[in-house]
Design a protein around this ligand. Structure first.
Ligand code: ADP
Ligand code: MG
Length: 647
């Protein structure tokens, strides 16, 4: 019995052509995809020498009949599609019928398999594209594919491979992705010396993330959805035919995990997006994610994200690229907006407030250095008059929330290992000591579940610590609010809003501030002069390289105007040309807010503290300042009780 067919030339020509076998991990990818398509519930991968010497993938899927076992190695031989129409709605991971022949052409391959309809199994041996041996054998069921000596007959390509550990790293990352996307299956990846990944079936993504990446990472993530949105086609112009056929309506479903704002990565390597459980790279999606984090993360930093999108197959074209990692959405802007909104909503709804004391983990990568430097300078200056405040001041400027000088010991200190990136996870997965992925799944919420929820309205300010941090309390626990960054967030959002509405008002300075600029500063000034004017800076030339500043945004102390302008110009020096107008506005607003905000070491009366808490509660994002620093720390009643051993 045979289910594999050779595609007609016409169909084959419609398939995105190109090489799929680039390196060991691409072989592993194709074989795992085949196992998943075969309905396997258990997939085991073993490799030797980073996959260069051996890759073996064994599954408990449907297996192949003897005829199919031979046909499978023909070009364009597939059981997954037949006609050109099938290409429009691909529901399997594979469909090109090219993986097995391509792999067999450049390696020594042994296939062992049995289909349930046949009494015995089949063993096929192929090397360098030549059939060596076919025989009947006893085989329990499922399929095993062994690939030895990849590129043995194409030495030039073999030379191109990287070190064993690099290749193994790629394989581990890949297996990790598939494991994440298919929680109901068990996955195992081992090398000669190590078990790299081993996960039993679990009921959902959350449990799987916990198994694969650990509770510490999970703790840094906000769960999104599942949320659904329906694409409705506009009614035809004549107003007829209100009934939607399946072709016209589609429901998209999104779920996943995104990082809390205090987690900042310096590149996009930790953003993973799966469409119908296929890992894809997509610029549109990266853009949607960036939009969701606008004004939550500083520009130039990126979140960690694992996003799973389910869509009807005809909404997405996967026949774009031979490695099937690119897709084209039929309604791409719909997908983009859906995704942006869902993530944004998740971020806002969770209003993640840092647990107190905050784990050092989230701050391993610091926000934009320049911005931080400014903050530090401002703070140091603000602190100058009160030199007795130095111990706290130093702790504050040390920049890690964890080093805040509070003596409260966490009831269960978190291990101070860095925040685990997916890549790091993949690497540490095979670097002994192994992560405890084999451990039975504990409650993923774990003991460190974050206090989330909005900034409560009933917070009662009790006073300030060193005239810098507001201490507040309500029935949920004890709260600490950094007064400078809290005010900064309030002013920032207000400035952005006013700028959008073209309502930023400059305040006339008693005496114009005369500014002498360096040539590069002048160049930046010329580029952004118009935007500066719209932000409340009325500036006039006053000699060749000198400017006279006549107005500055309200709230900025006159003495600060010069510094603020120079700071804006300097921070843009490197990137003015690359910056979008949106980013430029954000930067200006952040700088203005930073300079206008009340400083640390400023006494506040009760009324001012209440105002600050109330206004902070009204911001879209009360948890992080525009530079990504935490604003609020919470010490929950539960933690207090634990610390007092009352539970
Ligand atoms: P494609 O996956 O694009 O169809 P492949 O060359 O990867 O092409 O595989 C060819 C065919 O071999 C598949 O269509 C499938 O019928 C069969 N096959 C491959 N791997 C397996 C497997 N692990 N279990 C069952 N059948 C398989
Ligand atoms: Mg395939």
């Amino acid at each position: 019995m045979s289910i594999i067919r050779i595609l007609s030339e016409a169909v084959a020509n419609k398939i995105a052509a190109g090489e799929v076998v680039e390196r060991p991990s691409s072989v592993v990818k194709e074989l795992i995809e085949n196992s998943i398509d075969a309905g396997a519930r258990r997939i085991e991968v073993s490799v030797e020498a980073g996959g260069k010497r051996l890759i073996r993938v064994t599954d408990d899927g449907c297996g192949m009949s003897r005829d199919d076992a031979l046909l499978a190695f023909e070009r364009h031989a597939t059981s997954k599609i037949q006609s050109a129409e099938d290409l429009v709605a691909i529901s399997s991971l594979g469909f090109r019928g090219e993986a097995l022949p391509s792999i067999a052409a450049v390696a020594r391959v042994v296939l062992e398999t049995r289909h349930a309809s046949e009494p015995s199994g089949t063993r096929v041996e192929i090397a360098g594209g030549r059939l060596r041996d076919v025989k009947e054998m006893a085989w329990a069921g499922g399929t095993s594919l062994e690939v030895r000596d990849l590129f043995f007959n194409t030495p030039a390509r073999r030379k191109f491979l990287k070190s064993e550990s690099t290749e193994l790293g790629h394989i581990a990352t890949l297996a990790t992705h598939y494991a994440l996307a298919h929680p109901e299956k068990s996955f195992r990846l081992s090398s000669l010396t190590n078990e790299i990944l081993s996960v039993a079936p679990v009921s959902g993504y959350r449990e799987r993330v916990y198994q694969v990446l650990g509770g510490q990472l999970l703790d840094q993530l906000i769960e999104i959805g599942p949320v659904e949105r329906r694409i409705l086609q506009p009614l035809p112009a004549d107003g007829s035919a209100g009934d939607e056929t399946e072709e016209e309506a589609a429901t998209l479903r999104l779920s996943g995990f995104v990082s809390r704002p205090e987690v900042q990565r310096l590149n996009r390597n930790n953003i993973y997006f799966f469409v119908n459980r296929r890992l894809v790279r997509d610029r549109l999606i990266l853009h949607a994610i960036a939009e969701a984090y606008r004004n939550i993360l500083p520009s130039g930093t990126f979140p960690v994200a694992l996003i799973f999108l389910e869509t009807p197959t005809w909404q997405v074209d996967v026949n774009v690229h031979p490695s099937k990692t690119e897709v084209r959405f039929r309604h791409s802007s719909f997908v983009h907006d859906f995704m942006r909104d869902a993530i944004r909503q998740g971020l806002v709804a969770s209003r993640p407030i840092a647990a107190f004391p905050l784990s050092r983990a989230g701050r391993t990568e610091v926000a934009d250095e320049e911005e931080v430097a400014t903050e530090e300078r401002l703070e140091k200056e603000a602190l100058k008059p009160a030199s007795h405040a130095l111990p706290e001041a130093r702790a504050r400027t040390a920049r890690t929330a964890a080093s805040l000088n509070f003596e409260l010991t966490p009831p269960q200190p978190r291990p101070e290992t860095g925040f685990l990136s997916l890549e790091a996870a993949a690497v540490s997965l095979y670097a002994p000591p192994l992560l405890p992925q084999n451990a039975a799944v504990k409650s993923p919420a774990g003991p460190h579940a974050r206090g989330t929820g909005e900034l409560p309205e009933d917070l009662e300010p009790l006073g300030q610590v060193r005239e810098s941090f507001i201490v507040a309390a309500n029935s949920l626990g004890l709260w600490l609010i950094d007064q400078h960054v809290a005010h900064e967030r309030i002013l920032f959002e207000r400035h952005v809003r006013m700028r959008q509405e073209r309502k930023v008002e400059g305040q006339r300075l008693l005496l114009p501030v005369i500014l002498e600029l360096k040539p590069d500063q002048l160049a930046v000034y010329r580029e952004i002069a118009e935007e500066l004017a719209a932000n409340g800076f009325e500036v006039e030339p006053f000699g060749q390289r000198t400017l006279a500043v006549k107005t500055a945004p309200a709230d900025i102390p006159a003495a600060d105007t010069e510094r603020l302008l120079v700071e804006i110009l300097d921070s843009l020096r490197r990137e003015a040309r690359a910056l979008s107008i949106e980013d430029l506005r954000t930067k200006i607003a952040a700088s203005v807010a930073c300079h206008a905000a009340i400083k640390v070491n400023t006494p506040l009366d009760r009324g001012k503290m209440e105002w600050l808490l109330r206004e902070l509660g009204r911001t879209v994002c009360p948890m992080t300042c525009p530079h990504g620093r935490p604003i609020v720390l919470k010490y929950s009643l539960e933690e207090i009780q634990k610390a007092f051993k009352r539970t």
